[in-house]
Structure formats: structure tokens, C-alpha cells
Ligand binder design. Structure first.
Ligand SMILES: [Zn+2]
Length: 142
């Protein structure tokens, strides 16, 4: 697996700009793959990952960059549920993990960096720093 910084620069190139959605998407995908123990999404684990994304916005592009999953390769599935969330499936073991951005992330970003007035800048920085959490809620957490 590459580092957060490396994936962010790949995501910015693929998506056209770096935005808060890229940071979220990269972190969600890195966390999801890590939880499944799939550390080489572009290498030996390439063919065993299928990802379900739930929104057609910025974060989805970043999820594609990290997982290597593409719609045209049938490894990316889109379910239009309007959630910044993705489910990562290891088709070899049948294990899956759903990672979702919390609704409270924006407010948390504001608390973390009140000194930054630009919302996108504020969220980009905060989303890099925010800890991940696991929870048993059916809607999942990040
Ligand atoms: Zn964007």
C-alpha cells in the first residue's frame, strides 16, 4: 500500500483537483483494504477486490484510485444511496467491510480548525488528521 500522501497526489491527478472528498475517499479505501488485510491493491491483491460505492461524487474517484476498482472492469459497483460510504469486498475470502464518513465530520472539522475560514481547506486538513473509529451501528462510522 502506498502512503496517504502518495495516494492523495494520485487522486488529485485522476480527479483534476485535490478536495476534501479526495482525502475522505483515500482514507476510506485505505482503511477498508487494511481491515481486509489487502495491502497490495495494485499488486497481488488486484483481482480479489470488489468495491460498492454509494455516491457519485468526489470521494468515489479517490476510492477508485486506491482500490484500482473500475466500473468497466466490473470491480466497481455503484448503488445510488447518497452516502459517502463504500463497501470493500474480498472475493477470495468473502469478507467485506463497509466504511462510511460520519455525518458529524464537517462539524468536527470546524472544531478542529476554526482558524481556517475556507471550508474545503478546513475539511481537507481535518480529514487527514481525524482518527478513525469503529462502531457497531448498521450505518458504520469513520
Ligand atoms: Zn473533488
Amino acid at each position: 500500500m502506498k502512503t496517504l500522501e502518495e495516494y492523495l497526489s494520485d487522486a488529485a491527478a485522476a480527479h483534476g483537483h485535490l478536495c476534501a472528498g479526495q482525502v475522505l475517499g483515500v482514507r476510506m479505501a485505505m482503511l477498508g483494504l487494511h481491515k481486509l488485510g489487502l495491502e497490495e491493491p495494485q499488486g497481488k491483491d488486484r483481482k480479489r477486490i470488489v468495491t460498492f460505492v454509494e455516491i457519485d461524487r468526489c470521494a468515489t474517484d479517490a476510492v477508485m484510485v486506491v482500490t484500482g476498482c473500475r466500473l468497466g472492469k466490473r470491480a466497481l459497483k455503484f448503488r445510488d444511496w447518497g452516502k459517502v460510504a463504500a463497501t470493500f469486498v474480498d472475493i477470495e475470502t468473502g469478507k467485506a467491510v463497509r466504511i462510511a464518513a460520519k455525518e458529524s465530520s464537517k462539524a468536527a472539522a470546524k472544531n478542529l480548525h476554526p482558524e481556517i475560514t475556507d471550508k474545503n481547506q478546513q475539511q481537507m486538513l481535518a480529514y487527514r488528521e481525524m482518527p478513525t473509529s469503529s462502531c457497531s451501528s448498521p450505518s458504520g462510522c469513520m
